[in-house]
Design a protein around this ligand. Structure first.
Ligand code: ADP
Ligand code: MG
Length: 576
């Protein structure tokens, strides 16, 4: 194997030559402190920067095995190292060294959530970190001395400061691992406690803004930490924090009511994000939701392919079929119905619904309207008449924000009122009101929930080619995914939190098309297969080369992307 000295010599030799000569440095170089792998060199200084890895053995890195004995702990350690690597880049790399991305060093670092990422892999063998470097040039002329400064001054310092155990701050590292491990432990206790979500006392739920996911600070408006009402207060046990008291939300149907601006949607959003662990200081470190929780909303304009939405929508005008419903342009209620049935198909066990983003006629249909518009004239069966059946027949719970209609008192197991950001258990008061003013509306939901979809997508739905490229898959930010000639709109897929998840979803669709849909597996079977493979072998199975910019998506967001592909065709559809 070549040494780092060989790299230096090659760089000096290609100095001042055309940019293409950089191709010569692709390869592996053994140094004293690490192995450097230049996997792919960019075509020109303006293109996506070159893909590089460093590998340290544990003799070099020195991370004791107790830092990564379990998956959550290993993911937390990897996440910590990525964040330190990014900090070191920020502190050490001074900026542009020429044209385009010259001099740039970057690593795929997360936000408030801790996700498994391909940017860092830790094992007994060692630590591998994947990042990118913009190889420097003036115009398109190689600047070897700048490249040497990057590889022999910047990089060794970055690695030294961030990837060697002895150099890291032990308390902050330990806190990171413990906070993440505690969240996994809290989430794992939900089921045995009969809960679907838990919010620890003291949690900070509001965020700075719609585009800034960090916690709202106390210096501006007052921030009210969460405090469980006594009726809902439970104690869970975390391996590091010990006994954690907080608000437990039981399985069943939970209604969140309260005046406008009293914090209802903020609570629900925290639950949506509670499927992921959060970093220390986030405020939601002890907010955990079942990992099978899915946010449901209306989504005008989306396409739908062969979904049986008959539990909610029937006998459309002009006899349009709803047992095998397809449209290029769904309306508010049809999109919300499709979103629910697709979530159930993918395995959702908890639905999170907010009136702010729901179609009114999907949610409610009151007594007066029933009298004026007969059931035979109304295709929609409101969620109100289905939400209990979902729980009774399928064990699927719902947490629903609904400040606008008391009709839901009749179907709720629990009613929580948000009052000035404080949750109160008002279940008994809601029950008393229900008895005092009984509903005279008719139940329109029938005896049973109805069919659950089980579709098998046609493999030919998934063509990743674009122009001369056989495979062109690319995330365009967080909520758009380019797949071949198709742009998939993920604008309403609210539990997607990281661009690198979006990228991984694109790769996952391709993987499923090649390996699962070609064998006519159902969507659910395919997602089960993928989950198992990802668990066994990690995210690297998704990419054709060692990518450093993938983060673990959930099966629900993978399904959501597939379901929003306008090319999606269903081979067959089995009722369950
Ligand atoms: P609702 O859905 O009940 O109308 P929101 O959840 O949208 O209310 O909250 C209204 C505002 O209050 C938001 O700007 C939010 O950031 C803020 N907020 C929510 N919870 C808290 C809290 N615990 N402390 C301080 N501000 C909060
Ligand atoms: Mg709201």
């Amino acid at each position: 194997m070549r040494s780092l000295d060989d790299l230096r010599r090659t760089l000096l030799r290609i100095d001042r030559r055309g940019y293409k000569a950089y191709q010569e440095i692709e390869g592996r170089y053994q140094g004293n402190a690490y192995l450097l792998m230049i996997d792919q060199v960019q075509g020109d200084p303006f293109a996506a920067p070159s893909r590089v890895r460093v590998l340290l053995s544990q003799d070099q890195a020195g991370f004791p095995p107790e830092l990564y004995p379990t998956t959550p702990r290993r993911i937390a350690l990897q996440d910590y190292l990525i964040r330190r690597f990014a900090e070191a880049i920020h502190a050490i790399v001074e900026g542009s060294r020429g044209s385009g991305r010259s001099g740039f060093i970057g690593i795929d670092c997360g936000g408030q959530e801790v996700l498994e990422r391909t940017a860092c892999l830790v094992s007994e063998q060692g630590v591998e970190v994947r990042f990118v470097m913009g190889l420097p040039a003036a115009g398109r002329t190689i600047l070897a001395h700048e490249a040497i400064a990057m590889c022999f001054e910047n990089l060794p310092r970055i690695v030294d400061e961030s990837l060697r155990y002895s150099r890291l701050e032990p308390r902050s590292l330990r806190r990171h691992l413990e906070v993440v491990e505690d969240q996994a432990a809290l989430r794992a206790q939900l089921r045995e406690q009969g809960l679907v979500a838990f919010l620890g006392n003291g949690a900070i739920l509001p965020r700075r803004s719609g585009v800034d996911d960090r916690p709202l600070r106390g210096d501006g408006p007052m921030v009210i930490p969460l405090q469980a009402p006594s009726e809902l207060e439970v104690t869970l046990h975390a391996p590091h924090a010990g006994a954690v008291r907080g608000m437990g939300l039981p399985a069943g149907v939970t209604l969140i009511v309260g005046g406008g601006f009293h914090g209802k949607s903020t609570l629900l959003r925290a639950l949506e994000r509670g499927v992921y662990p959060h970093i220390p200081g986030d405020g939601r470190e002890q907010v955990v939701t079942l990992s099978t929780a899915v946010k449901i909303r209306a989504e005008d304009g989306r396409s739908v392919a062969g979904v049986d939405i008959s539990p909610f929508i029937n006998h459309l005008p002009f006899g349009k079929e709803t047992r095998n419903f397809s449209t290029e342009n769904a309306g508010g209620s049809t999109s919300q119905a499709a979103n629910i049935l697709e979530a159930l198909e993918a395995g959702a066990e908890l639905l999170l619904v907010d009136e702010d983003t729901s179609a009114t006629n999907f949610m409610i249909r009151d007594e007066r309207m029933q009298e004026l518009v007969a059931k035979a004239q109304e295709p929609i069966t409101p969620f109100l008449d289905k939400v209990r059946q979902l729980y009774a027949e399928h064990g699927v719970s719902t947490i629903l924000v609904m400040g606008g209609s008391g009709d839901y008192f009749d179907v709720a197991d629990r009613v929580i009122q948000m009052e000035a950001y404080r949750p109160l258990d008002v279940t008994d008061r809601a029950r008393a009101i229900r008895e005092k003013q009984p509903l005279r509306r008719l139940h329109e939901g029938g005896d049973r929930f109805g069919p659950m979809p089980a579709r098998a997508p046609l493999a030919s739905s998934f063509d990743p080619s674009r122009g001369r490229r056989e495979v062109k898959i690319d995330a365009k930010g967080l909520r758009s995914l380019l797949f071949g000639r198709l742009m998939i709109d993920l604008g309403a897929v609210e539990q997607l939190v990281d661009d690198s998840q979006t990228r991984a979803i694109g790769e996952a669709i391709h993987y499923l098309a090649m390996r699962c849909f070609s064998r006519e597996l159902t969507l659910r079977e395919a997602l089960d297969t993928l989950d198992r493979e990802l668990e066994d072998k990690g995210l690297d199975i998704l990419a054709p080369y060692p990518a450093g910019d993938l983060a673990m998506p959930r099966r629900f967001e993978i399904a959501a992307a597939i379901n929003r592909m306008r090319s999606l065709k269903i081979a067959m559809s089995n009722e369950q």
